[in-house]
Design a binder for this molecule. Structure first.
Ligand SMILES: [Zn+2]
Ligand SMILES: [Zn+2]
Length: 152
């Protein structure tokens, strides 16, 4: 089963209805493994649709629906805009430099403890599925003369 088939099956198993428009958006998400903005999804869909096209609002609503089903994540990547991606395991996250825009990918292990603690302290089941954490990368922090942790 490929990603597209597996995703459609997950949705059908939840008893959700699959319209042509919904299928097109899911197909666009499956075609490109990386994160996509709404405009990028719209562009992919346009290449497949003859005649009509999906409006940004329609795509947004479909993405909101997929987000609610836990199929898609929505992440604000700062300068790169808000991106959507299929929620695949293993999960990954990003460190985004506010100065140079560099993005560093990190694995999910950083959040394992946090999830467990939120659950034990608050009974809260956190859905940390695709995070962007802002800050300064090592180079930019050095340039900024951040000497707080400098060891002589
Ligand atoms: Zn990502
Ligand atoms: Zn930087």
């Amino acid at each position: 089963m490929n990603t597209m088939e597996a995703t459609l099956k997950r949705i059908e198993d939840k008893g959700e209805r699959l319209t042509i428009q919904r299928r097109l958006v899911i197909e666009a998400l499956c075609t490109h493994a990386e994160h996509q903005t709404i405009n990028a999804i719209q562009h992919t869909v346009e290449g497949k649709l003859t005649g009509s096209k999906l409006s940004e609002v329609t795509i947004y609503r479909i993405l909101e629906w997929l987000k609610g089903l836990g199929i898609v994540s929505q992440t604000d990547m700062g300068a790169d805009g808000i991106v959507y991606a299929l929620l695949d395991t293993p999960l990954h996250h990003h460190l985004v430099c506010l100065n140079c825009g560099k993005v560093i990918d990190i694995d999910d292990s950083y959040f394992a403890d946090l999830r467990g603690k939120l659950q034990s302290d608050h009974g809260f089941r956190a859905r940390i599925d695709h995070m962007a954490i802002y800050g300064l990368c090592a180079e930019c922090a050095a340039q900024a003369g951040d000497s707080t942790d400098k060891v002589e």
